[in-house]
Design a protein around this ligand. Structure first.
Ligand SMILES: NC(=O)c1ccc[n+]([C@@H]2O[C@H](COP(=O)([O-])OP(=O)(O)OC[C@H]3O[C@@H](n4cnc5c(N)ncnc54)[C@H](O)[C@@H]3O)[C@@H](O)[C@H]2O)c1
Length: 335
């Protein structure tokens, strides 16, 4: 049994509490929140777990080996730094930090302290994303040409971060995971409609060294609720629609094979219109998979799909996109 703790029990942290409380191999020792109303509202459902408003009490307890931080992003760096320095395996919600330099320091510190630093890139633990990853790695899609993702909805409207920093970590982490590389250039344009200087809507484009392109549409000011990713490859195309209760993935055996020899108009165009396949998905709660991966990796078992390095890579893209946004959409190179 690993003794665990969750710091921050707001909108998202209460889900981490629920999972760590029930997770095999985890004994949730502390629930911590600086806001006593949040702490009590969540804590009353978990008898036997210590409640505290002071994270230092958690860090000082030598029995706690691993903890999750689900506080607002602005506090991630300080809390994660102190947690690693206290010798805890540390899970940090997305985005890992708000500054590239801070993320770099955390990665360095984790190595020095010989502790696991993991980022809460929830979507890379989604079974559908795993199916997409297998399709890319097995070459079923062929060469990946481009990807586009939509993450739009009405709300949750954030006050202290824009739609880019709030929503994009999910799609950026998916794209980087699927392609297995980081972009060389990023551009973003957005609009502030509800509050001054906080973008509610962002269109982000990433370009990769192999010629692949990824476009991400982000908004909390949209009539539709969409959580969708489309990948177009040279052999096949695939759509992951997370708003579907079942049939989340559809594989289209479609493509274009230009040829100089043809006997019909369709052949002249080189269009290939094959079957549509709906693979069966073994659904598991991504948050459960993510938290059990955290404990397994902390115990030295298995690779981590969302390490501190992966968190840093996403922060680098967010940072470049933020600079592009501020510069009217001018592309920013990532070296
Ligand atoms: N993985 C996901 O799908 C997902 C979804 C939503 C939010 N998040 C992430 O989770 C994090 C928290 O977001 P949220 O929407 O839950 O925010 P929130 O504001 O609802 O909750 C944050 C909580 O942290 C507490 N807190 C702040 N500083 C603290 C400190 N020093 N010590 C103890 N408690 C402290 C606050 O009192 C509050 O209860 C963010 O990083 C956000 O990006 C992830």
């Amino acid at each position: 049994m690993t003794k665990t703790a969750v710091i921050g029990t707001g909108y998202w942290g209460k889900n981490l509490v629920r999972v760590f409380y029930r997770l095999p191999g985890s004994e949730l020792k502390y629930i911590c929140d600086a806001d006593s109303r949040n702490l009590e509202a969540v804590g009353k459902n978990y008898p036997g777990v210590k409640l505290t408003g002071d994270y230092r009490e958690v860090l000082a307890d030598r029995e706690v080996e691993a903890l999750a931080i689900a506080t607002p992003a602005v506090s991630h760096y300080e809390l994660a730094r102190e947690s690693l320095q206290a010798g805890k395996h540390t899970f940090v919600e997305k985005p890992l930090t708000l500054e590239v330099g801070h993320a770099e320091k955390l990665v360095e510190l984790a190595v020095k302290a010989d502790r696991l630093l993991m980022t809460g890139h929830l979507m890379v633990y989604h079974p559908a994303v795993e199916v997409l990853k297998q399709m890319v790695d097995s070459d079923e899609l062929g060469r990946v040409y481009y990807i586009y993702a939509q993450r739009v909805n009405l709300g949750v409207v954030r006050r202290d971060e824009n739609a880019l920093w709030s929503l994009a970590p999910h799609d950026i982490s998916i794209v980087l995971y699927l392609l297995g590389r980081t972009p060389v250039e990023v551009a973003a344009r957005g609009g502030c409609y509800i509050r001054k200087e906080i973008e509610d809507v962002v269109f982000l484009v990433m370009r990769f060294a192999g010629g692949e392109m990824a476009h991400v549409q982000l908004s909390w000011l949209d009539p539709h609720k969409e959580r969708k990713i489309t990948m177009v490859g040279s052999r096949k195309m695939v759509v992951f629609d997370d708003m579907q209760a079942s049939e989340k993935i559809k594989v289209f055996d479609k493509g274009v094979n230009p040829s100089n020899e043809y006997s019909s108009y369709t052949e002249l165009l080189g269009l290939r219109e094959g079957d549509i396949l709906i693979p069966q998905l073994k659904m598991e709660e991504p948050l459960g998979v993510e938290c059990s991966t955290f404990l397994a990796c902390a115990a030295g078992q298995g690779p981590c799909r969302s390490s501190g390095q992966d968190g840093l890579a996403v922060v680098r893209v967010l940072d470049a996109a933020g600079r592009s946004l501020a510069d009217g959409g001018k592309p920013v190179k990532i070296t």
